[in-house]
Design a protein around this ligand. Structure first.
Ligand code: SAH
Length: 389
């Protein structure tokens, strides 16, 4: 899979970094913020509802399109506020139709967002941080140094920009292409809980972006103390990056295990608010040759998850340059899956998506680092895709 198709880079003035020109970015403001803003402008409370509708329900990109607001008020808003989304520094389409954007935020930092369309649904994989502090040695993203939390507006902004790009705003709500959200991009969402929570509340609002909690999955490496709040306050589906069945192996693969070992992690899963058979926890398990992929590991996995409403997701390791691991053989993966299945757990093997554009799980790194390090340059063509470098 080396063939890379090209999409035109988005050259859109409205795609300037949020908060540009000293104007306040509106994306990421919640209902309270907008109510306070309207009050400060001396406007009646129902104006807040109208702005909310244009902002998140219609996704308009110019104040002038907000036709229920008086023209002079639109002009005043345009002067002081901005509807800008994060700018796409790169926009690439995989031969399997997975699409990856590298978004640039107001301070020049970059993070990836991946759209994975399927026949029935489309999932957007959203980043919660620039880089990651977890240092999982099999994950390319995790080896990235620079880290900051993304703001709520930068998290919601990824969804807004993706909807812009795929022309989603004009579609009827039952014809949507982007139906699901997975917080599985760069970063550990439970290390940035407040911003992630604020963003997801905006995303779930039925009068706005309107993606229900049943269609949102948050993935954590196991920040145990934050898991209950995630379930109570957001009620989203939980995925846990388990990847190993013993503390010995997991201490290496997912170093946060040294702080919150498997027993504590699974106790938090058992106690996850609202967990029952209809809303099982997904346990992600990356298949690494000779490390965690033996039949004994599979049997131990079944034993470990006993009593937890669980399903597993077996992820063939996605290689990256210089990675110290190899993907398990197809036969080993099939055998592993069979044992887990026979143990009563659903164990689909996740088909890798977007490997050719380094958009698959754990591959989100190289380019954000490369581009951040690089000076400003004009977009250039490289390997059949357009990038800055
Ligand atoms: N920090 C959170 C969110 C990231 S989710 C978490 O760890 O859950 C990204 C998922 O992809 C995680 O399950 C991660 O372990 C997995 N992953 C990372 N690198 C991978 C790789 N090279 N191949 C396959 N899966 C990988």
């Amino acid at each position: 899979m080396s063939e890379v198709e090209t999409t035109t880079p988005i050259q859109d003035p409205a795609a300037a970094p949020a908060g540009d020109g000293g104007r306040v970015g509106l994306i990421g403001l919640d209902r309270e913020d907008i109510a306070a803003m309207m009050a400060a402008l001396g406007e009646k409370p129902f104006r807040a509802k109208q702005l909310w509708h244009w902002l998140y329900g219609q996704g308009v990109r110019e104040f002038d399109a907000m036709t229920t607001l008086a023209k002079p008020f639109r002009a005043l808003l345009a002067e002081r506020y901005s509807l800008a989304r994060p700018a796409a520094a790169e926009d690439r389409l995989s031969s399997d139709t997975t699409r990856k954007w590298l978004f640039r935020f107001g301070d020049g930092n970059l993070a990836e967002t991946v759209f994975i369309p399927n026949e029935e649904r489309g999932a957007l994989c959203i980043s919660s941080q620039v880089g990651c502090t977890l240092n999982c040695p099999f994950c390319h993203t995790g080896t990235q140094r620079l880290v900051r939390n993304l703001e709520a507006g930068e998290i919601v902004g990824q969804l807004m920009a993706a909807r812009d790009a795929i022309g989603e705003w004009d579609l009827p709500s039952d014809g949507r292409l982007l139906t699901n959200i997975v917080m599985m991009g760069m970063g550990e969402p439970l290390y940035n809980f407040d911003n992630v929570a604020k963003a997801l509340r905006i995303v779930m609002d039925p009068e706005g972006l309107s993606i229900s909690k049943r269609r949102i999955t948050l993935s954590t490496a196991g920040v145990v103390p934050m898991m209950a709040r995630c379930g109570e306050e957001l009620g989203v589906n939980l995925a846990v990056s388990l990847h190993a069945v013993s503390d010995e192996v997991r201490d290496d693969l997912v170093p946060i295990n040294r702080k919150y070992p498997i027993a504590e992690l699974l106790a938090a899963c058992r106690a996850y608010p609202g967990v029952h058979n209809a809303r099982r926890i997904t346990f992600e398990y990356v298949m690494l040759k000779g490390v965690n992929d033996s039949p004994a590991d599979a049997r131990a996995l079944v034993k470990l998850l006993k009593g937890i409403p669980a399903k597993t997701n077996l992820i063939p390791f996605n290689p990256w340059p210089g990675a110290p691991y190899e993907c398990s053989s197809a036969a080993a993966i099939a055998k592993f899956a069979r044992i887990v299945n026979d143990g009563g757990l659903s164990a689909p093997v996740r088909a890798p998506r977007g490997r050719d554009i380094l958009a698959a799980c754990g591959q989100l790194k190289t380019e954000s680092v490369r581009l951040r390090g690089g000076k400003k340059a004009t977009p250039k063509r490289e390997n059949g895709h357009i990038s800055e470098g």
